[in-house]
Design a binder for this molecule. Structure first.
Ligand SMILES: Cc1cc2nc3c(=O)[nH]c(=O)nc-3n(C[C@H](O)[C@H](O)[C@H](O)COP(=O)(O)O)c2cc1C
Length: 348
């Protein structure tokens, strides 16, 4: 028997453990901020990042070896994921007596996101619980509408960075959006290149997920687990447009509200701004006990973007993300690679 290392449940407890805020040693604080950054949402759980810790900042750099060339040909999701990681550092910083400000930087070794850190009085605001409590819950929701206050808070999350969060709650809007999602899903599931890429990121059972500590564990998707060799053998026969659309339709029909997120500009800087906003939205939803999950098919299938933009009245911009929001049971958590694997240590 191969040594599979610590089991899935033990790893999950460790990855999502409550933050350690007592230490005042700079290196421990920065390491803990990096760990919290890695808990952010990220496309396919590919974790496409490296971190460099400086005295007054954390740099989040793209790991292009973890690109998703089919579903994310122009690295849109990759930069959004870096923005999500930056948001977690900014939100966690006050608990460590720091303030954080994220900005895009160009350097001789490429673009990256820099989170500048400075000492700051403790504001008493606490995001740590939400950071370790957040998850993309791809469950069927119970249909209960969002409360008006929750809807107002969630719609306001991007405003100051030029990111629009449009909430779609009427039956007409939800139905029009659901049709776009279903059409996008059908296009993707029928596409051999998309299927191959997705399959390479699927982790078919708990020990498979624990081996790589990345990718999409089928348990998190509400799909059955199986020995990897068997799951691969049956993948083509079981992952069909008909089945996937039926499963998705049930989720969409149970969803009382959708958020369409549109950034200020279609550039890496604009996509990082979207990531910052959407991770804040996810943390706000977690605090409000509102479940969320991504349904990005109409932005991933480029031919559908125009219709989505029209639906939310931003015809002049590219819509970035689509989330569903509601109330439903939690799903199994996804893993992350160890912090040591993603921090670049530079000698001094
Ligand atoms: C830019 C971006 C795009 C994503 N697209 C999808 C998607 O289309 N469908 C989906 O189910 N999840 C999507 N996700 C969610 C990720 O798969 C999820 O964050 C990742 O698997 C880690 O799981 P967790 O957020 O529950 O920790 C996306 C996340 C990001 C940041």
């Amino acid at each position: 028997m191969p040594d599979c290392g610590p089991n899935h449940a033990t790893l999950l407890r460790d990855v999502w453990r409550p933050p350690e805020v007592r230490s005042t040693a700079l290196r421990s604080v920065l390491d803990e901020l990096v760990r919290l950054a890695t808990l952010a949402a990220n496309s396919h759980n590919s974790q496409p990042w490296h971190f460099r810790c400086r005295e007054g900042s954390v740099e989040i750099r793209p790991d292009f070896a973890r690109r998703l060339p089919v579903v994310d040909a122009d690295d849109h999701h990759l930069w959004v994921s870096l923005g999500c990681a930056a948001a977690n550092i900014v939100e966690a910083a006050p608990a460590f007596g720091l303030s954080g400000e994220a900005r895009m930087r160009e350097g001789p070794d490429g673009s990256h996101v820099q989170v500048a850190l400075a000492p700051a009085p403790d504001t008493g605001e606490r995001s740590l619980e939400a950071i370790v409590g957040r998850q993309c819950a791809r469950s069927t929701y119970d249909g209960r509408p969002l409360e008006a206050t929750a809807a107002r808070i969630l719609a306001g999350t991007g405003r100051e960075s030029g990111v629009d969060v449009d909430l779609l709650v009427t039956p007409e809007h939800r139905s029009a959006l659901s049709e776009l999602i279903i059409r996008g899903n059908a296009t993707q599931v029928a596409d051999t290149r998309f299927r191959k890429e997705l399959e390479s990121w699927l982790r078919f059972n708990a020990s498979h997920a624990a081996q790589t500590r990345d990718g999409l564990f089928t348990g998190c998707l509400g799909a059955p687990t199986a020995p990897a060799f068997l799951a691969r053998m049956f993948f083509d026969g079981s992952f069909t447009v008909e089945r996937e659309n039926e499963r998705l339709r049930a989720q969409l029909d149970s969803t009382p509200a959708f958020a369409v997120v549109t950034g200020p500009e279609a550039t890496p800087a604009g996509w990082v701004a979207v990531g910052l906003a959407v991770q804040r939205l996810a943390l706000a939803a977690t605090r409000l006990d509102v479940a969320h999950a991504h349904v990005n098919q109409p932005v991933e299938v480029a031919a559908l973007r125009g219709q989505l933009a029209k639906l939310v009245g931003h015809e002049d911009r590219r819509p970035d993300l689509v989330l569903r929001l509601g109330h439903g049971p939690p799903m199994p958590r996804s893993l992350r690679r160890p912090t040591e694997d993603v921090i670049e240590r530079s000698g001094g």
